[in-house]
Design a protein around this ligand. Structure first.
Ligand code: MN
Length: 752
C-alpha cells in the first residue's frame, strides 16, 4: 500500500560533509536498484553521467530545509521510476530537470552530452518550470498552463516528470513560507491533480489532493486524520469480519488473490462531508474493499465476474451501483469492476475487483503501459486520442486561453457516458453532455449547423441531455449559426470554445462600426485614437478590452456623450475626476452597510503599505475573524477577503497569484460580522423560543434573521447572526447543538 499521509522526512537537517556524501550515494543506488530490470549497460553510463553532472551543477545549492539540492532531483527520479513506472530516459531527465533553469548548464550542453530526445524533454521541463511565479499576471499564468498542456501533447513524459517534481515539492512543502504553501497548494488542486486524474494516476492524484488540503485547510485535515485514527480499530474488525467468508470461498475456487480494506483519501472524505452536509461520523463509506487477482489475460474478464458472483452470494448488491469498467474502460484507461453491497449491521460496503494488470494501470496510470516505457512496443491507446484532441484545441489560435483552461478543467473530472452514432460507432462524452455537444464532438461544422437531433429515433432539441447508450442522429441546416445562449447548456470544452470563437469573430465584425464611431468623435475633439486614449476610455467605462469598448459603442450600450467628462491635454484624454481620492470613511460605511458601524481595524493587511485599506468580505465564504484568510485585489471593488477554504480560493490563488495580499485579523472585539448557521432537527415545538433564548438571553448576540421550514415533524432552519470571531461562532454552534430537538448545526458557506 502507498505511504500516504506520512510526516515530513527531514524536519531538521544537520549532516556533516561525509554523511552528506553517503546520503546522496545511497539515494542514487536506490534509484539504480529500482531501475534494475530495465536498464542496459549503455543506459547505465548515461544515468551515471546525468547524476554526476547534476551533482556538480547543484553543488552549492541547498533546499529551504537545508538539505543539499541534489536530493530533490534524485527523489524526483525515484518517483518517476517507482511510482509512475517510467524508464531510464525519464530518470535521466528527472535528474537533470532543474539544471538548465537554475544552473550554468545549457540545452546545447545536454544535447551534446546526451541526445536530442533528452534535450527536448529538458527544454519542455524548463519552459513550464516558472509557472509558480507569484508576480506573473493572469494571462502569463494561463499561458503557462497552456504550455503545460502543449508539452503534454508533445511528449507526455514532460508532464509526467513535472508531476513527480510537483509531488516531491508538495511532500516537502513544510519548509516553505505560508504564502508559498498556499500558492503552490492551490495551483496543485487547480491544475495538477485534475491532470493526474485524467492521466489515470490515481495514487498520485489523491496524495496531491490530501497534501494540498493539509495546507489550505489544516484544521479540517487534522480533524479527519484524527477521526480515522480513532475509528481504526472498529474499522479493522469490521473489515476482517466482512472479508472472512469471501476469502474462504475464493480459496475454495482456486483463486490466487489479495484482499484488503483501505481507508479513502482524506480529501475525498471531506468532499463527501461537504457535498452531503454530514459530519465525519456520518460518512458511511470510509473505506473500500479491494480484491486483486492474479489472472492470465485471456481469463481476466471471466475471473472478475466469477468473483463478483461469489461476493454477491454472501452480500446483497445495490443494483444501481454496479460499475463495469472492464467491458468498457474509462477514458483514462481505468479498468475494474465496482459494486456496493450490504454488509453486516446494515452498512453499505464498496468492493473493487481488478486483476494485477488492471491494478498497475490504476496506480501508475496509462504511463504503466506507455509506448514510451523504454523498450515497450508502440501502442495506440485511449490516452493517445485524448492527446490528439488536446493538440487540436491548443493549436487553434483563436482559443481564449483562460476560458479554455476553465472549460478544459471541467472536462477533466466528470464521469463519462457512451453515445452511439447512427452507424453504431461509440463516442465517449462527459456526463451531462447534450445533443449539441455530441454534434460538436463529431465535427465543428456539424455543431455550428446543428438545429436538433434524433435520440433513439425521437426528435429532441439541441439542449437535450444525453444518457449512456443513446443513439444520436444530428440534424443540420445551412442557415443555422451558433448563438450566445448555446453556451448556457453546452458542457464540453471543445464545443464551448468553438462557439466562443465564432461569437468573437461575429463581435469583431460588429465592433468595427463602434471603432469608426469613436474615431469620428475623437477627431472632433482633436485627439487621436491612440493606445493611451483607448486605455483611458476602457478604464473609465470599466471594459475588459478595446474590443469590448468598440462593441459596446456599436450596440449603443455606451453613450459617447459621456466623453464630456474628459479634458484634452495635448493629444491625450484625461478624466476630469481622476484626482479625486476615495473618501475612506464613506466607503467604509458602504462596504459594511449591513453590519454594525465600527472602526476599520479588524484586519491588518501586510503589503507595501501598512495603513488601513478598504476591503470587503467575500459573499461566497463570509469570513469572520479567526478564519484563515487571504486578500484578493479585485478590478472594480477593491480588496476582497476570502477564507482559504473558500470554494473559489483554489481558482483565485492559482490564476491570480499577483493579486493576492497577505492578511491577518487584528484583535478587536468591537466589530461584528455576519455569519450564517444552518440547523436541522425534529419536533419544533418551542424550538424558536429556545434558539432566541440562546441568542439574546445567554450569549447576547445580534440576530439579523431566522427562518425555519418544517415538514412532517422535521425542520430545517437558517440563522443569520452578527458574530465577533470564530470562537464566538463555535460557542454559539455548540450551545445550539445541545438544545433538545436539534440534531445538526453547521456553519453555512454563504448567505444565499
Ligand atoms: Mn524541481
Amino acid at each position: 500500500m502507498p505511504t500516504q499521509h506520512t510526516e515530513p522526512q527531514v524536519a531538521q537537517y544537520n549532516y556533516n560533509e561525509e554523511e552528506e556524501k553517503k546520503l546522496i550515494l545511497r539515494e542514487y543506488r536506490a534509484l539504480l536498484r529500482s531501475l534494475k530490470e530495465s536498464i542496459k549497460k549503455g543506459d547505465k553510463t548515461l544515468l551515471r553521467r546525468a547524476f554526476e553532472i547534476s551533482v556538480e551543477a547543484h553543488r552549492d545549492m541547498r533546499r529551504k530545509s537545508g538539505e543539499p539540492y541534489i536530493l530533490h532531483p534524485l527523489a524526483v527520479a525515484r518517483i518517476v521510476v517507482e511510482e509512475i513506472g517510467l524508464g531510464v530516459t525519464s530518470a535521466i531527465c528527472a535528474l537533470l530537470h532543474d539544471t538548465v533553469e537554475d544552473t550554468e548548464i545549457t540545452l546545447e550542453d545536454i544535447e551534446r552530452d546526451f541526445n536530442v530526445q533528452i534535450a527536448k524533454i529538458i527544454d519542455g521541463l524548463t519552459k513550464i518550470s516558472n509557472v509558480v511565479d507569484i508576480k506573473a499576471d493572469t494571462t502569463i499564468q494561463a499561458e503557462n498552463f497552456r504550455k503545460i498542456l502543449l508539452t503534454l501533447a508533445d511528449d507526455p513524459r514532460v508532464i509526467l516528470i513535472k508531476m513527480a517534481d510537483r509531488l516531491h515539492n508538495m511532500r516537502t512543502l513544510d519548509s516553505m513560507s505560508r504564502e508559498k504553501q498556499l500558492k503552490i497548494s492551490s495551483e496543485t488542486t487547480y491544475i495538477y491533480s485534475p491532470l493526474a486524474h485524467r492521466l489515470g494516476l490515481y495514487e498520485i492524484k489523491s496524495e496531491l489532493e490530501d497534501l494540498a488540503m493539509k495546507y489550505t485547510q489544516p484544521e479540517m485535515y487534522a480533524e479527519i486524520m484524527q477521526g480515522l485514527k480513532e475509528t481504526k480499530r472498529e474499522r479493522t474488525r469490521y473489515i476482517n469480519e466482512f472479508i472472512r467468508p469471501i476469502k474462504e470461498e475464493l480459496i475454495n475456487n482456486g483463486f490466487d488473490f489479495e484482499i484488503y480494506g483501505r481507508p479513502k483519501a482524506i480529501n475525498s472524505i471531506w468532499n463527501k462531508m461537504r457535498k452531503k452536509h454530514v459530519t465525519f461520523d456520518e460518512v458511511y463509506d470510509l473505506f473500500a474493499i479491494r480484491i486483486i487477482l492474479k489472472s492470465p489475460p485471456e481469463r481476466e474478464k471471466e475471473d472478475c465476474w466469477k468473483v463478483y458472483s461469489i461476493i454477491t452470494n454472501f452480500y446483497r448488491p445495490s443494483p444501481d451501483r454496479l460499475r463495469d469498467w472492464i467491458s468498457v474502460p474509462k477514458g483514462n484507461g481505468y479498468e475494474a469492476l465496482h459494486t456496493t453491497v450490504m454488509g453486516n449491521a446494515g452498512r453499505w460496503v464498496e468492493v473493487q475487483i481488478r486483476t494485477e494488470r488492471m491494478n498497475e494501470i490504476a496506480e501508475k496510470g496509462l504511463a504503466a503501459h506507455w509506448k514510451y516505457k523504454d523498450g515497450a512496443p508502440a501502442q495506440e491507446s485511449k490516452l493517445d486520442s485524448f492527446l490528439h484532441h488536446l493538440r487540436d484545441m491548443l493549436n487553434n489560435p483563436d482559443t481564449d486561453t483562460i476560458d479554455f483552461i476553465q472549460d478544459f478543467k471541467l472536462d477533466l473530472f466528470t464521469e463519462e457516458i457512451y453515445i452511439y452514432t447512427p452507424k453504431g460507432d461509440m463516442r465517449v462524452l462527459p456526463k451531462g453532455a447534450t445533443a449539441l455537444d455530441f454534434a460538436f464532438d463529431i465535427h465543428t461544422q456539424l455543431g455550428r449547423r446543428c438545429i436538433g437531433a434524433k435520440v433513439n429515433y425521437k426528435l429532441v432539441p439541441l439542449s437535450h441531455p444525453l444518457n449512456s447508450g443513446d443513439q444520436v442522429e444530428v440534424i443540420t441546416s445551412s442557415k443555422q449559426n451558433p448563438s450566445e445562449d448555446w453556451l448556457g447548456f453546452l458542457i464540453t470544452a471543445k464545443a464551448k470554445s468553438s462557439v466562443k470563437t465564432y461569437l468573437k469573430e461575429d463581435k469583431r465584425k460588429i465592433a468595427e462600426d463602434g471603432k469608426d464611431a469613436l474615431r469620428r468623435k475623437l477627431d472632433h475633439m482633436k485627439v487621436p485614437l491612440s493606445q493611451h486614449n483607448v486605455n483611458e476610455l476602457i478604464h473609465y467605462f470599466k471594459k475588459q478590452s478595446p474590443l469590448d469598448l468598440y462593441y459596446a459603442i456599436a450596440v449603443g450600450a455606451l453613450d459617447l456623450k459621456e466623453l464630456k467628462n474628459f479634458v484634452v491635454h495635448g493629444d491625450k484624454l484625461q478624466h476630469i475626476a481622476k484626482e479625486v481620492k476615495l473618501d475612506i470613511k464613506q466607503s467604509q460605511e458602504e462596504d459594511h452597510g449591513k453590519q454594525k458601524p465600527g472602526k476599520a481595524a479588524e484586519l491588518i493587511i501586510f503589503g507595501e503599505r501598512s495603513d488601513r485599506v478598504l476591503y470587503k468580505l467575500a459573499q461566497c465564504c463570509q469570513p469572520i475573524p479567526g478564519d484563515d484568510v487571504f486578500g484578493f485585489v479585485t478590478s472594480g471593488e477593491g480588496l476582497k477577503v476570502h477564507r482559504t477554504d473558500c470554494p473559489n480560493a483554489a481558482q483565485l490563488l492559482a490564476n491570480y497569484g499577483h493579486r493576492i495580499v497577505k492578511t491577518k485579523w487584528a484583535k478587536n472585539k468591537e466589530i461584528s460580522f455576519l455569519a450564517g448557521v444552518g440547523i436541522t432537527g425534529h419536533d419544533d415545538i418551542g424550538v424558536i423560543q429556545k434558539i432566541t433564548n440562546v441568542i439574546s438571553g445567554e450569549l447576547k448576540l445580534n440576530m439579523r434573521s431566522l427562518s425555519i421550514e418544517s415538514n412532517d415533524g422535521i425542520f430545517e432552519g437558517k440563522i443569520m447572526i452578527y458574530i465577533h470571531d470564530r470562537e464566538e461562532l463555535n460557542e454559539f454552534c455548540n450551545r445550539l447543538s445541545q438544545l433538545d430537538g436539534i440534531t445538526k448545526v453547521e456553519r453555512l458557506e454563504s448567505s444565499e
